[in-house]
Ligand binder design. Sequence first.
Ligand SMILES: [Zn+2]
Length: 408
Amino acid sequence: MTWKREILKALLYSLLTVVVVLLLIRGLGYKLGFRPADVHRTSPIGQVDFGIDGAAPRLLQDFAADSRPRNIIFMLADGMGPSHILAARAELVGLNRRLQMERMPIAGWLTTHARTSLGTDSAAGATALATGRKVRPGRLSLTKNGVVLRSLAEEAIARGMSVGLITDSYLEDASLGAFVSHVESRREYAEVTRQMAASGAELLIGTLRGNFVEDSEAGQAHLATFTDAGYSLVRDWETLEQRQTPGKLVVLFPKDHISDRQRTPNLASLMDLAIERLSRNPGGFFLVLETEETDTASHRHDFQRMVRGMESFDEAAGQALDFARDDRQTLVLATADHETGGLMLLNASPGGKLDVTWGVDGHVALPVPLLAYGPGAEVLGGGQDNTEVAQRLAALMGFDLQRTGEIR
Ligand SMILES: [Zn+2]
């Protein structure tokens, strides 16, 4: 019966070869940033409401043509494309209503390509938004010849404004890092932390990568970077709320604490607190608030988590806009570094659920939305490149982004 065994063996080998080839194709697909066609219907959260009553009113862009803001609130949702906004609207408030961020009357879209590739990452994306210059993916606000690219936040600090950086993820990650550090690789976390601590930013809120627990030696060294630079360390909401003394603060919460909007603080309460503290400076403030949830959840095709991330971000946008509406000297903008997941909304009917598809596991070169409100916000409308946002904000504020500098 050996011939039967031979046939069985041959069949087994061909099956194995097919499996290996399929795995290789799939692996290559991941490496190139796409994966083989896969219509992936996620579990939607709720029933889509088509009602039209109760849309949040849009803010009126009624500022003098030549007005210049005193404060800027720069909101960044990592990985947020146009579909993320529509999905959040459909799931959270109803298809014909409006998210808080959609109260902003000025709208535009940004091309996001990096210096050397159409695809980009948070390092090149945030560098473009922070400095008005393109770098290759992975690099933070530094040219390939080692020239330091000046950021909006650094110019704000140089002009006596108060700067705050907030994230629901790691402080030393690329998105905030691009505003205050200059490194060849976004993975130089210790160096990003060092430059961030030396930046002069008044308020830093987020978590730190790895162990920042005080009882470990590495954790002690990490925290000392901030305390040596004159920062007071705060690790709970009560202390933070009660703290009225001036001076630089670094506020650290456990991982995944801030992104949970049911907990205190969440992005909305931190937006309130930051505005309250930073607006004491008569010279104005520059605040960057980032959510990483939209990117993380979209990489994982976790639709529900993505919508929760958008909800948390949108709530913070609502707080910022209420302040800006009353204050009338604050420009608020919300945008993204790139789209993540290639999210597409296929269909839904009244009372039904959303059909959605994720196209890729990585980032796609889809233009990202930009929304803005406040004095001078008109300059951000329409289609533009991501580098033009920083250039236009700099022109509006009288900042000089061409100024070169040394690494602190
Ligand atoms: Zn990403």
